[in-house]
Design a protein around this ligand. Structure first.
Ligand code: PEP
Ligand code: MN
Length: 344
């Protein structure tokens, strides 16, 4: 439920509504816009009547949010959320490119990749230090050593870093090194982890589970938002279908659907979405054309030697082409007026 205050509402009237929300056992979330203040009611408000608030002084109207995700919904917040990370922005109309290896394998591998992706125009660096691998016998990541290498690359090339955190007890440590915390597809519904990243003030890149619906993705985002962390971007990284030619099936529908349903930035991952390096560039172009706010792309200087996801990793020169291509798509479409279609 959202309580929209009149533009003439006084501070006392706003405070009174906030106290009433608390008295009824809910958590108020106050957003102060230029025009008016909006108070979100956080909690299971199914039993709550709109009239509980409509009668209060200073209230203009009370709106029920129809979706089960509340704070993540466009009804809750109409304008796009923009995440600011050390001079880089995600959301709000730009195109943010995150690139780097699947895993941090060594200092020289990461520094070489960071240099190459920076030259090609990437805005942020990715690289896994803790890796969620299907097999316990596969490379599991360098752990703390990997975080230290990421910090060095960030320092050297000025690229903010995103890296995966797999368990709640590692959130504080990973947040010391990373500018953005990645929640991987396999952990999208690890609720203890979602709680933990909700409690830190670090932006989160939340990847869609490979067997999760768009609604489930947004419910997971809701966990993070409702725990107090508003800086969340959601990521379409392909889902599992009957198709086996590709590793996953990029759900291109999810990109415009998410843009309608949520104010959170939407990132596309054409690497995991396809699993094949030679499909990454065309699918990246499609994701940008569909309205993605950014991309996360796996790049390796020698994919044949990669310890994880070599088959879907681009060589630096192919990544440079990808950047040129997606920028061209973005430029071509930014001037096309997005006229809202209200009838079929
Ligand atoms: C990754 O980004 O390398 C990764 C493991 O992604 P996902 O969680 O989407 O499989
Ligand atoms: Mn990977």
């Amino acid at each position: 439920m959202i309580i929209i205050m009149k533009s003439s509402a006084t501070e006392d009237q706003i405070d009174h509504v906030v106290r009433r929300v608390q008295e009824l056992g809910f958590t108020p979330h106050v957003s102060r816009g230029v025009e008016r203040t909006i108070i979100g009611v956080v909690g299971d408000e199914r039993s709550l009547a709109r009239s509980s608030f409509e009668v209060l002084d200073g209230v203009e109207r009370v709106v029920r949010v129809l979706h089960p995700f509340k704070m993540a919904s466009r009804e809750w917040k109409q304008e796009d959320t923009v995440i600011h990370i050390n001079g880089v922005t995600i959301g709000g109309g730009g195109l943010t490119i995150i690139a780097g290896p699947c895993s941090v394998e060594s200092r020289s591998q990461l520094l070489e990749t960071a240099h190459a992706v920076k030259e090609a125009g990437a805005h942020m660096l990715r690289g896994g230090a803790y890796k969620p691998r299907t097999s316990p016998y596969s490379f599991q990541g360098l752990g703390l050593k990997g975080l230290e290498i990421l910090a060095e690359a960030k320092e050297t090339y000025g690229l903010p870093v995103v890296t995966e955190v797999m368990s709640p007890d590692l959130v504080t440590l990973v947040a010391e090194y990373a500018d953005m915390l990645q929640i991987g597809a396999r952990n999208m519904q690890n609720f203890a982890l979602l709680h933990a990243v909700g409690k830190v003030q670090r932006p989160v890149l939340l990847k869609r589970g490979m067997m999760s619906t768009i609604q489930e993705l947004l419910m997971s985002a809701e966990y993070i938002l409702s725990n107090g962390n508003m800086q969340v971007a959601v990521c379409e990284r392909g889902i599992r279908t009957f198709e086996t030619y590709t590793r996953n099936t990029t759900d291109i529908n999810a990109i415009p659907a998410l843009k309608q349903l949520t104010h959170l930035p939407v990132i596309g991952d054409p690497s995991h979405g396809t699993g094949k390096w030679d499909l990454v560039r065309p699918v990246a172009r499609a994701m940008v054309a569909a309205g993605a706010d950014g991309l996360i792309v796996e790049v390796h200087p020698r994919p044949e030697e990669a310890l994880s996801d070599g088959a879907q990793s681009l060589r630096p020169e192919n990544f440079a082409r990808l950047v040129e291509e997606v920028k061209a798509v973005w430029e071509a479409l930014r001037n096309v007026e997005a006229v809202p279609v209200t009838t079929p």
